[in-house]
Design a protein around this ligand. Structure first.
Ligand SMILES: NC(=O)c1ccc[n+]([C@@H]2O[C@H](COP(=O)([O-])OP(=O)(O)OC[C@H]3O[C@@H](n4cnc5c(N)ncnc54)[C@H](OP(=O)(O)O)[C@@H]3O)[C@@H](O)[C@H]2O)c1
Length: 260
Protein backbone atom coordinates (compact mmCIF):
# COMPACT_ATOMS: atom_id res chain seq x y z
CA UNK A 1 0.00 0.00 0.00
CA UNK A 2 1.31 3.45 -0.90
CA UNK A 3 1.50 5.83 2.04
CA UNK A 4 -0.23 9.00 0.88
CA UNK A 5 0.91 11.14 3.76
CA UNK A 6 4.30 11.78 5.29
CA UNK A 7 2.44 12.13 8.57
CA UNK A 8 0.60 8.79 8.44
CA UNK A 9 1.01 6.81 11.68
CA UNK A 10 -1.15 3.80 10.75
CA UNK A 11 0.12 0.60 12.37
CA UNK A 12 2.26 2.49 14.91
CA UNK A 13 1.92 2.22 18.69
CA UNK A 14 2.52 5.40 20.73
CA UNK A 15 2.94 5.61 24.50
CA UNK A 16 2.27 9.13 25.86
CA UNK A 17 2.86 9.74 29.57
CA UNK A 18 0.55 12.24 31.29
CA UNK A 19 -2.00 11.96 28.48
CA UNK A 20 -5.24 12.50 30.41
CA UNK A 21 -5.21 16.28 30.09
CA UNK A 22 -3.35 19.32 28.82
CA UNK A 23 -0.57 18.95 26.28
CA UNK A 24 -0.28 15.14 26.62
CA UNK A 25 -3.96 14.59 25.88
CA UNK A 26 -3.78 16.83 22.80
CA UNK A 27 -0.70 15.02 21.52
CA UNK A 28 -2.17 11.54 22.12
CA UNK A 29 -5.45 12.49 20.43
CA UNK A 30 -3.70 13.88 17.35
CA UNK A 31 -1.35 10.85 17.07
CA UNK A 32 -4.47 8.62 17.11
CA UNK A 33 -6.18 10.83 14.49
CA UNK A 34 -3.12 10.18 12.31
CA UNK A 35 -3.61 6.41 12.63
CA UNK A 36 -1.57 5.41 15.71
CA UNK A 37 -2.85 3.26 18.53
CA UNK A 38 -2.08 5.30 21.63
CA UNK A 39 -1.57 4.30 25.26
CA UNK A 40 -3.28 6.79 27.55
CA UNK A 41 -1.48 6.92 30.89
CA UNK A 42 -1.48 8.96 34.10
CA UNK A 43 -1.83 8.23 37.83
CA UNK A 44 -5.66 8.15 37.75
CA UNK A 45 -7.17 5.07 36.11
CA UNK A 46 -10.66 6.62 35.72
CA UNK A 47 -9.18 9.56 33.83
CA UNK A 48 -7.20 7.17 31.58
CA UNK A 49 -10.37 5.17 30.85
CA UNK A 50 -12.41 8.30 30.09
CA UNK A 51 -9.84 9.77 27.68
CA UNK A 52 -9.34 6.42 25.91
CA UNK A 53 -13.11 6.05 25.52
CA UNK A 54 -13.40 9.56 24.10
CA UNK A 55 -10.67 8.91 21.51
CA UNK A 56 -12.19 5.53 20.57
CA UNK A 57 -15.64 7.13 20.17
CA UNK A 58 -14.23 9.82 17.89
CA UNK A 59 -12.27 7.33 15.78
CA UNK A 60 -14.83 4.49 15.63
CA UNK A 61 -14.60 4.21 11.81
CA UNK A 62 -10.85 4.93 11.54
CA UNK A 63 -7.56 3.07 12.04
CA UNK A 64 -6.30 4.87 15.17
CA UNK A 65 -7.46 4.08 18.69
CA UNK A 66 -6.57 4.17 22.38
CA UNK A 67 -5.99 1.84 25.32
CA UNK A 68 -5.82 2.87 28.96
CA UNK A 69 -2.86 1.83 31.15
CA UNK A 70 -2.42 3.88 34.35
CA UNK A 71 0.99 4.37 35.96
CA UNK A 72 2.78 6.73 38.31
CA UNK A 73 6.00 7.50 36.46
CA UNK A 74 7.89 8.27 39.67
CA UNK A 75 8.00 4.53 40.47
CA UNK A 76 10.30 2.40 38.34
CA UNK A 77 8.21 -0.74 39.00
CA UNK A 78 5.10 1.01 37.63
CA UNK A 79 6.99 2.02 34.49
CA UNK A 80 8.02 -1.62 34.07
CA UNK A 81 4.37 -2.70 34.28
CA UNK A 82 3.31 0.10 31.92
CA UNK A 83 5.77 -1.03 29.26
CA UNK A 84 5.10 -4.77 29.75
CA UNK A 85 1.30 -4.28 29.62
CA UNK A 86 1.73 -2.26 26.43
CA UNK A 87 3.77 -5.06 24.86
CA UNK A 88 1.15 -7.65 25.92
CA UNK A 89 -1.78 -5.61 24.60
CA UNK A 90 -0.25 -3.98 21.52
CA UNK A 91 2.92 -5.94 20.64
CA UNK A 92 5.51 -3.13 20.88
CA UNK A 93 6.15 0.60 21.07
CA UNK A 94 7.14 2.69 18.03
CA UNK A 95 6.69 6.16 19.50
CA UNK A 96 7.41 7.29 23.07
CA UNK A 97 6.31 10.74 24.21
CA UNK A 98 7.76 11.62 27.65
CA UNK A 99 5.31 14.33 28.61
CA UNK A 100 4.31 14.01 32.30
CA UNK A 101 6.20 16.31 34.68
CA UNK A 102 5.73 17.94 38.07
CA UNK A 103 6.69 21.12 39.84
CA UNK A 104 5.99 21.05 43.60
CA UNK A 105 8.22 24.07 44.40
CA UNK A 106 7.94 27.82 43.72
CA UNK A 107 10.63 30.08 45.15
CA UNK A 108 14.39 30.62 45.22
CA UNK A 109 16.95 27.80 45.14
CA UNK A 110 18.06 28.91 48.63
CA UNK A 111 14.71 27.73 50.08
CA UNK A 112 14.38 24.53 48.05
CA UNK A 113 13.94 21.38 50.16
CA UNK A 114 15.85 18.22 49.29
CA UNK A 115 12.58 16.29 49.01
CA UNK A 116 11.08 18.74 46.48
CA UNK A 117 14.32 18.76 44.43
CA UNK A 118 14.46 14.94 44.47
CA UNK A 119 10.82 14.64 43.39
CA UNK A 120 11.34 17.05 40.48
CA UNK A 121 14.45 15.23 39.29
CA UNK A 122 12.83 11.79 39.69
CA UNK A 123 9.65 12.56 37.74
CA UNK A 124 11.05 15.00 35.17
CA UNK A 125 14.39 13.30 34.40
CA UNK A 126 14.91 9.86 35.94
CA UNK A 127 11.50 8.57 34.78
CA UNK A 128 12.27 9.62 31.18
CA UNK A 129 15.65 7.89 31.42
CA UNK A 130 14.01 4.74 32.87
CA UNK A 131 11.39 4.67 30.12
CA UNK A 132 14.05 5.07 27.44
CA UNK A 133 16.06 2.20 28.98
CA UNK A 134 12.98 -0.02 28.99
CA UNK A 135 11.75 0.75 25.47
CA UNK A 136 14.88 1.30 23.38
CA UNK A 137 15.99 -2.39 23.27
CA UNK A 138 12.91 -3.42 21.23
CA UNK A 139 13.22 -0.28 19.06
CA UNK A 140 16.83 -1.31 18.34
CA UNK A 141 15.68 -4.79 17.24
CA UNK A 142 13.20 -3.16 14.82
CA UNK A 143 15.78 -0.54 13.77
CA UNK A 144 13.06 2.06 14.08
CA UNK A 145 11.61 4.38 16.69
CA UNK A 146 10.89 7.97 17.63
CA UNK A 147 11.18 9.43 21.13
CA UNK A 148 9.87 12.91 21.94
CA UNK A 149 10.61 14.54 25.30
CA UNK A 150 8.50 17.52 26.36
CA UNK A 151 10.95 19.99 27.91
CA UNK A 152 10.22 23.72 28.39
CA UNK A 153 11.54 27.16 27.47
CA UNK A 154 12.34 27.22 31.19
CA UNK A 155 15.22 24.87 30.40
CA UNK A 156 16.84 27.54 28.19
CA UNK A 157 17.36 30.30 30.74
CA UNK A 158 17.77 31.09 34.42
CA UNK A 159 14.73 31.47 36.65
CA UNK A 160 14.35 32.99 40.13
CA UNK A 161 11.24 31.01 41.19
CA UNK A 162 11.21 27.78 39.17
CA UNK A 163 14.90 26.92 39.49
CA UNK A 164 14.72 23.17 40.11
CA UNK A 165 12.02 22.65 37.47
CA UNK A 166 14.17 24.54 34.94
CA UNK A 167 17.23 22.45 35.87
CA UNK A 168 15.19 19.31 35.17
CA UNK A 169 14.01 20.68 31.81
CA UNK A 170 17.57 21.66 30.81
CA UNK A 171 18.65 18.13 31.74
CA UNK A 172 15.88 16.73 29.51
CA UNK A 173 17.50 18.54 26.58
CA UNK A 174 20.84 16.89 27.36
CA UNK A 175 19.14 13.49 27.78
CA UNK A 176 17.72 13.95 24.26
CA UNK A 177 21.14 14.74 22.79
CA UNK A 178 22.77 11.74 24.55
CA UNK A 179 20.04 9.32 23.46
CA UNK A 180 20.06 10.66 19.89
CA UNK A 181 23.80 10.04 19.67
CA UNK A 182 23.67 6.54 21.22
CA UNK A 183 20.71 5.36 19.19
CA UNK A 184 21.08 7.07 15.81
CA UNK A 185 22.91 4.02 14.37
CA UNK A 186 19.74 1.99 15.13
CA UNK A 187 17.51 4.47 13.27
CA UNK A 188 15.97 5.65 16.53
CA UNK A 189 15.38 9.41 16.55
CA UNK A 190 15.15 11.41 19.77
CA UNK A 191 13.97 15.03 19.91
CA UNK A 192 12.68 17.57 22.41
CA UNK A 193 9.82 20.05 22.27
CA UNK A 194 10.00 23.13 24.50
CA UNK A 195 6.64 24.81 24.99
CA UNK A 196 6.27 28.39 26.16
CA UNK A 197 3.33 29.29 28.41
CA UNK A 198 0.36 27.04 27.54
CA UNK A 199 -3.19 27.22 28.92
CA UNK A 200 -3.24 24.05 31.09
CA UNK A 201 -3.88 23.34 34.78
CA UNK A 202 -0.13 22.93 35.28
CA UNK A 203 0.54 26.59 34.47
CA UNK A 204 -2.74 28.05 35.78
CA UNK A 205 -1.03 30.35 38.30
CA UNK A 206 0.74 32.08 35.38
CA UNK A 207 -2.35 32.80 33.24
CA UNK A 208 -5.62 32.71 35.24
CA UNK A 209 -5.40 36.33 36.43
CA UNK A 210 -6.11 38.58 33.38
CA UNK A 211 -3.75 41.34 34.59
CA UNK A 212 -0.85 38.93 35.10
CA UNK A 213 -1.58 37.41 31.70
CA UNK A 214 -1.62 40.81 29.97
CA UNK A 215 1.78 41.75 31.44
CA UNK A 216 3.17 38.30 30.64
CA UNK A 217 2.20 38.50 26.94
CA UNK A 218 2.46 42.22 26.10
CA UNK A 219 5.87 41.93 24.40
CA UNK A 220 5.46 38.45 22.89
CA UNK A 221 5.24 38.49 19.06
CA UNK A 222 1.82 36.78 19.01
CA UNK A 223 0.58 38.68 22.11
CA UNK A 224 -1.02 35.56 23.62
CA UNK A 225 -0.28 32.26 25.35
CA UNK A 226 -0.64 28.92 23.58
CA UNK A 227 -3.41 26.32 23.67
CA UNK A 228 -2.59 22.62 24.32
CA UNK A 229 -3.68 21.72 20.77
CA UNK A 230 -0.90 23.92 19.39
CA UNK A 231 1.71 21.39 20.57
CA UNK A 232 0.23 18.41 18.75
CA UNK A 233 1.40 19.27 15.21
CA UNK A 234 5.08 19.24 16.14
CA UNK A 235 4.58 15.90 17.95
CA UNK A 236 2.95 14.32 14.88
CA UNK A 237 5.84 15.65 12.76
CA UNK A 238 8.48 14.22 15.11
CA UNK A 239 6.67 10.86 15.46
CA UNK A 240 6.24 10.38 11.70
CA UNK A 241 8.38 9.78 8.62
CA UNK A 242 8.10 13.50 7.88
CA UNK A 243 10.99 14.01 10.33
CA UNK A 244 13.09 11.00 9.20
CA UNK A 245 16.34 13.08 9.08
CA UNK A 246 15.70 14.98 12.31
CA UNK A 247 17.29 13.91 15.58
CA UNK A 248 18.89 15.38 18.70
CA UNK A 249 17.05 18.68 18.29
CA UNK A 250 14.93 20.94 20.46
CA UNK A 251 11.85 22.58 18.93
CA UNK A 252 10.70 25.72 20.74
CA UNK A 253 6.93 26.28 20.44
CA UNK A 254 6.33 29.49 22.36
CA UNK A 255 4.61 32.06 20.15
CA UNK A 256 8.03 33.64 19.71
CA UNK A 257 8.47 34.66 23.37
CA UNK A 258 12.13 33.56 23.58
CA UNK A 259 13.25 35.82 20.70
CA UNK A 260 12.24 38.96 22.57
N1 LIG B 1 1.61 24.30 30.47
C1 LIG B 1 2.72 24.99 30.23
O1 LIG B 1 2.75 26.24 30.22
C2 LIG B 1 4.01 24.24 29.98
C3 LIG B 1 5.11 24.99 29.53
C4 LIG B 1 6.31 24.34 29.27
C5 LIG B 1 6.40 22.97 29.43
N2 LIG B 1 5.30 22.27 29.86
C6 LIG B 1 5.46 20.82 29.99
O2 LIG B 1 4.42 20.16 29.30
C7 LIG B 1 4.19 18.88 29.90
C8 LIG B 1 2.70 18.69 30.14
O3 LIG B 1 2.25 19.69 31.01
P1 LIG B 1 0.74 20.22 31.00
O4 LIG B 1 0.83 21.68 31.13
O5 LIG B 1 -0.02 19.61 29.88
O6 LIG B 1 0.23 19.63 32.41
P2 LIG B 1 -1.21 19.13 32.94
O7 LIG B 1 -2.31 19.70 32.11
O8 LIG B 1 -1.20 19.38 34.39
O9 LIG B 1 -1.16 17.55 32.66
C9 LIG B 1 -0.20 16.76 33.32
C10 LIG B 1 -0.45 15.29 33.01
O10 LIG B 1 0.57 14.51 33.64
C11 LIG B 1 -0.03 13.55 34.52
N3 LIG B 1 0.90 13.31 35.62
C12 LIG B 1 1.35 14.19 36.56
N4 LIG B 1 2.19 13.58 37.40
C13 LIG B 1 2.31 12.30 37.00
C14 LIG B 1 3.03 11.17 37.47
N5 LIG B 1 3.82 11.22 38.55
N6 LIG B 1 2.90 9.99 36.80
C15 LIG B 1 2.08 9.90 35.72
N7 LIG B 1 1.39 10.93 35.22
C16 LIG B 1 1.49 12.11 35.86
C17 LIG B 1 -1.39 14.16 34.89
O11 LIG B 1 -2.38 13.22 35.25
P3 LIG B 1 -2.59 12.66 36.77
O12 LIG B 1 -2.70 13.83 37.67
O13 LIG B 1 -3.84 11.82 36.66
O14 LIG B 1 -1.39 11.79 37.07
C18 LIG B 1 -1.78 14.80 33.55
O15 LIG B 1 -2.29 13.82 32.68
C19 LIG B 1 5.07 18.85 31.15
O16 LIG B 1 6.27 18.16 30.86
C20 LIG B 1 5.36 20.31 31.42
O17 LIG B 1 6.58 20.49 32.12
C21 LIG B 1 4.11 22.86 30.14
Amino acid sequence: MIKTSLFDLSGKVALVTGSTKGIGRSIATELARHGATVVISSRKSEACDAVSASINDELAEHPGGAVSIPANISHKAELNSLVNSTYEKLGGIDILVCNAAVNPAYGPMSDLSDSAFEKILTVNIMANHWLAQLIIPQMRLKKSGSIVVISSVGGLRGHEKLGAYCISKAADLQLVRNLALENGPYNIRVNAVSPGLIRTDFAKALWEDPDTLAVRTENDPLRRIGEPEELSGIAVYLASDASSFTTGQNFVVDGGSTIV
